[in-house]
Design a protein around this ligand. Sequence first.
Ligand code: COA
Length: 170
Amino acid sequence: MHLRLRTCEVRSWQSNDLESLVKYANNPHIWINLRDRFPHPYTTSDGRTFLRNIRSQRPETAFAIAVGHEAAGGIGFQLQGDVERVSAEIGYWLGEPFWGRGIMTEALVAVTAHAIATHGLSRVYAVPFAWNGASCRVLEKAGYLLEARLRRSAIKDGRIVDQLQYAFNP
Ligand SMILES: CC(C)(COP(=O)(O)OP(=O)(O)OC[C@H]1O[C@@H](n2cnc3c(N)ncnc32)[C@H](O)[C@@H]1OP(=O)(O)O)[C@@H](O)C(=O)NCCC(=O)NCCS
């Protein structure tokens, strides 16, 4: 998969992305906004394991966001099952030096459309922590609608937090 966008490229992860993946993923400002399955500190071994697993995954649902020659971040979706097999949850992160350039908004628009077209989805959703103003703004700019505040629904770094549920329906 390879989407050439204005600010970045969204493409398959490559084994030579390891160095830039670890360089940008190993950041507490990113980890604090993600699920705990995203490791911190993010080691070379974590990166190697991620790339090995992701490169054999079919269907391919996780992609690198490339800026120049580097993998600057990641975006992926989880296809749901059973009666929710028309839905997918999307998640994403970007290396801190690249924030504020519109990169994630553009990547999110493109991958949302790709997920819907490839998997026949009727809904793509995201569940950021309520404190994550930048991610909420990205979702709104990409056409997602706020559906709900999931009060005290998660724990991150020892703190019980509200989450906000956003969805995109084609
Ligand atoms: C959230 C994240 C993906 C945004 O990526 P990005 O490429 O910087 O996003 P964009 O440049 O497309 O848009 C960012 C928008 O958020 C706004 N913003 C930034 N900080 C903000 C804040 N604290 N509160 C509200 N809005 C904020 C920016 O002004 C911009 O909006 P604008 O274009 O209207 O000015 C990036 O910061 C990141 O990876 N954060 C850590 C991981 C994460 O939060 N992932 C999402 C988990 S749900």
